[in-house]
Design a protein. Structure first.
Length: 454
């Protein structure tokens, strides 16, 4: 069925998607997964097909130290060998995991205009790792991808991989934090990273791995969430200040469609912000179950005697004359700080993030990531963004009951409207519930009715 169009030629389906928060963001293509260009890498590095019958993934063996190309070549002589198939490293079970890397003729190591002094992270790819054999042995990375035109590089098996700049920033932050907290036994960390571990040009594999996302995150040891932004100047504040709390809430990570599933399913979560980090348990202890009270909590903290004493002590370091100020002036200063606090915490983007954080806290506290009502899960989609609009559905179907029978497809023929209509149809057929369609009609959708039974 062809979508109808408004007078200006705009697709009604596209308009309807936008009204419910499912439209593409400005500057993105609705039906293409927007990742950085990597033609050179894919032309030289061959991904070994994953076993579809036995749940398998790829893992990265990430070496913690950034080095120059020449230094990495010395450390990894197999990268210089033509057609060499290095044995997988990182597990004690011999050849349990087959490293299916195949290299093109000539030198596997490619500089690709990398300057001599430039330092890069490097990793090896482990192909065909059965999930059942690596449970609890790898880390997962969660980050906001950002602009696909803003890129950075990493070495993968001796080849330059063009990645999201935010991915590389997140990986560097995660590696530094985890190394500092836990050391690095064996000289590397095992990571699952979506852009690299999934063969992105293979639409069928992407769809298959998407349906495994719940298992991938639930079987990891820890998920490291990076909230800071590449090239962002670090604020001169400690992790206990209001400014840091607002920065925590304003991170673009909270807007990503996939973060709900990644956060809810992971057995352990650590948040990393630049060089700082903390486990979720420590962060959540500072948050009340009622997000409406968060402003009151901060107001109480700012107006407390302890806080006022801290403010005075800091002021005295810069200006000894402040000691002579009257109590009334102190009160006025506190009132100004409280007013500033309320303005920051009631800003639209912060309020939206507070609601998102609260919803994710609720989902994690229930720890019920195995089954779910698809209609309820898709309500979360309105609060998130995705470069591929179809992911606003696919990011949540993995948490739904298996009887919905979803099989994500990233083919160009399968548009965002097709995906949303398919989700609505399955809700009607499986749950015998028209409420989801009625909810969409209430907000102005006109593209979901053609499949309804007469």
């Amino acid at each position: 069925m062809e979508p109808s169009r408004d007078d200006d030629g705009t697709s009604v389906s596209a308009l309807a998607l936008s009204k419910v928060g499912l439209g593409p963001r400005p500057g993105t293509k609705a039906d293409n997964f927007c990742t950085p260009h990597n033609e050179a890498f894919y032309s030289k590095y061959e991904y070994c097909p994953l076993d579809r019958k036995r749940p398998s993934i790829r893992l990265l063996k990430v070496f913690p130290e950034e080095k120059t190309l020449a230094q990495h070549m010395v450390d990894h002589p197999t990268w210089k060998a033509s057609g060499h198939d290095p044995a997988p490293v990182g597990f004690s079970s011999g050849n349990a995991f087959s490293s299916g890397n195949t290299f093109s003729s000539g030198n596997a190591f490619s500089s690709q205009d990398v300057s001599i002094g430039e330092k890069l992270l490097a990793c090896d790819m482990l192909d065909g790792v059965p999930l059942s054999m690596c449970t609890g042995q790898y880390l997962t990375l969660s980050y906001a991808a950002g602009d696909p035109g803003n890129t950075a590089r990493i070495l993968v098996g001796g080849y330059i991989f063009n990645a999201f700049a935010q991915l590389i920033h997140a990986l560097k932050c995660a590696v530094r934090y985890w190394h500092r907290e836990n050391g690095c036994r064996g000289g590397y960390f095992l990571f699952w990273v979506d852009q690299i571990c999934i063969n992105q040009p293979d639409a069928a594999e992407r769809g298959h791995q998407v349906m495994m996302m719940r298992d991938i995150y639930s079987r990891c040891a820890t998920t490291l969430v990076c909230l800071s932004i590449a090239d962002e100047k670090k604020a001169a504040t400690t992790t206990e200040t209001l400014a840091s709390f607002v920065a925590f809430l304003r991170s673009p990570w909270w807007t990503r469609s996939w973060v709900y599933q990644e956060f809810v399913c992971s057995p352990k979560v650590h948040f990393v912000f630049g060089d700082d980090g903390a486990p979720w348990e420590k962060i959540s202890a500072c948050l009340t179950p009622d997000p409406g009270s968060w402003c009151d909590v901060w107001k109480s903290r700012v107006t407390s005697k302890d806080h006022q004493d801290i403010v005075r002590a800091k002021d005295e370091q810069f200006d000894q004359q402040r000691v002579q100020q009257s109590a009334q002036e102190d009160e006025e200063e506190v009132e100004k700080e409280v007013d500033s606090l309320i303005k920051k915490l009631t800003a639209p983007d912060v309020e939206k993030s507070i609601r998102t954080v609260a919803a994710m806290m609720n989902g994690r506290s229930k720890h019920d990531s195995q089954v779910g009502d698809l209609r309820v899960l898709l309500r979360h989609a309105r609060n998130f963004q995705a470069s591929d609009t179809r992911d606003k559905i696919y990011a949540f179907v993995g948490l739904a009951r298996d009887d919905y029978g979803f099989k994500p497809s990233y083919s160009h023929e399968n548009t965002a409207v097709d995906v949303h209509s398919d989700a609505a149809r399955r809700i009607v057929e499986i749950d015998r519930d028209l409420n989801y369609v009625l909810e969409q009609a209430f907000v102005g959708r006109r593209d979901l009715g053609y499949f309804l039974p007469s």
